[in-house]
Ligand binder design. Structure first.
Ligand SMILES: NC(=O)c1ccc[n+]([C@@H]2O[C@H](COP(=O)([O-])OP(=O)(O)OC[C@H]3O[C@@H](n4cnc5c(N)ncnc54)[C@H](OP(=O)(O)O)[C@@H]3O)[C@@H](O)[C@H]2O)c1
Ligand SMILES: [Zn+2]
Length: 334
């Protein structure tokens, strides 16, 4: 099969021919139709993950495809069924955390495209518990970004007690940001987009934004304050120092909700959190089934740019320079 892999830490995305992986007893083999390119794939490329990444590694954790083989212990999944795989590649199912259903706390938790080969390929294998069924209403290319970008942003918006009518700002209008924007509007929040420049303004309004702020010319914190202060700022732009500057834009009980895997420092005077009980929190992952169903119900469809597998490196570079409107998706032709 054709696959695009990274051969060493910091290496390039390289097109190779390799053996089609065979499923173990608790795995299925998937013939891949589409895979989204998430900024999180930079973790595989640059190797900055807790624990060493074993190279070569095929990235990609927004995968849709058809089950082409099943392992001997698989009962749930059938050959021919359309399925998806997200960031979470499985867990040990044996430790205390797994027994309690707290899979994120499993010390042996696995990540697609990091611990195991992912979706920049014609085939992959995935563990039984990591797979979701894809409803027929969804197109494969459009469904792919829902499995990480969609799941994460909907999870962040639904799990912080934000009420309809409250002010929510979305920082960064990329793969995650454009879904966060659409979900926030559907959930009834007054939605402000914070993006660098004018380039994405018209598209932001088309996707339902109530207010657009160009952070290169406006002090976003001051402008949010003028609107009464944000109940939440969903931070998808991977820039710690820019996130830090937004704290003054929070209103009463306002929360900075960090989704972006920014690694630079953010500087915040602690007193800025007082008077209004403001807080800073992080959010990871979410529920794939709920996200697929909510997206069908509310007709939230990712806006995608489609690339063939062979152009994965070009698509990745375009994503890294924030030029994609709004999610690059690899479409397999075989
Ligand atoms: N927590 C989780 O579970 C989770 C899940 C998925 C992804 N992530 C992380 O979330 C972040 C966003 O992922 P994505 O796939 O949406 O990325 P993306 O498509 O590249 O979008 C990120 C957006 O942030 C802005 N941006 C990029 N670089 C910036 C910089 N240096 N300074 C300021 N703004 C910048 C750009 O928006 P504008 O052009 O509008 O300014 C860009 O479109 C990444 O850090 C990713 O690793 C976390
Ligand atoms: Zn992702």
């Amino acid at each position: 099969m054709k696959a695009v892999q990274i051969n060493e830490r910091g290496g390039e995305l390289t097109l190779v021919n390799k053996e089609i992986p065979e499923p173990k007893e608790n795995e299925v083999q998937i013939k891949i139709q589409a895979c989204g390119i998430c900024h999180g794939d930079a973790v595989t490329k640059e190797g900055y993950y807790q624990g060493a990444i074993a190279y070569p590694r095929v990235p990609g954790h927004e995968v849709i495809g058809i089950v082409s083989k099943v392992g001997s212990k698989i009962e749930l999944w059938k050959v021919g069924q359309r399925v998806g795989v997200g960031w979470h590649a499985g867990h040990c199912m044996k430790c205390k955390a797994c027994m309690k259903g707290d899979f994120w706390a499993c010390e042996h938790t696995m990540t697609t495209g990091i611990s195991t080969d992912g979706g920049y390929a014609e085939y992959m294998v995935a563990r039984n518990e990591a797979i979701v069924s894809i409803p027929e209403e969804l197109d494969s290319v459009e469904a792919a970004p829902l499995l990480c970008a969609g799941t994460t942003t909907l999870g962040a918006l639904r799990n912080h007690g934000i009420k309809g009518g409250e002010l929510v700002a979305i920082h960064g209008l990329g793969g995650l940001g454009h879904l966060a924007l659409q979900y926030a509007v559907k959930l009834g929040f007054k939605t402000v987009v914070l993006s660098r420049g004018k380039e994405k303004e018209a598209l932001a309004y088309k996707l339902g934004a109530h207010v657009y702020m160009d952070t290169t010319i406006l002090d976003a914190a001051k402008e949010l304050k003028k609107l009464g202060g944000a109940r939440a700022i969903i931070c998808t732009a991977p820039n710690g120092s820019e996130i830090g500057k937004l704290i003054g834009g929070l209103g009463k009980d306002g929360q900075i909700i960090i989704i972006a895997a920014a690694t630079d420092m953010m500087q915040i005077p602690p007193a800025a959190l007082l008077g209004g009980n403001r807080s800073i929190t992080g959010w990871v992952g979410g529920n794939m089934e709920e996200t697929l169903n909510f997206s069908i119900l509310t007709k939230v469809i990712p806006m995608v740019e489609v690339f063939p597998l062979e152009k994965a490196a070009e698509a990745f570079q375009k994503m890294m320079s924030a030029k994609v409107h709004f999610r690059a998706v690899l479409k397999m032709t075989n």
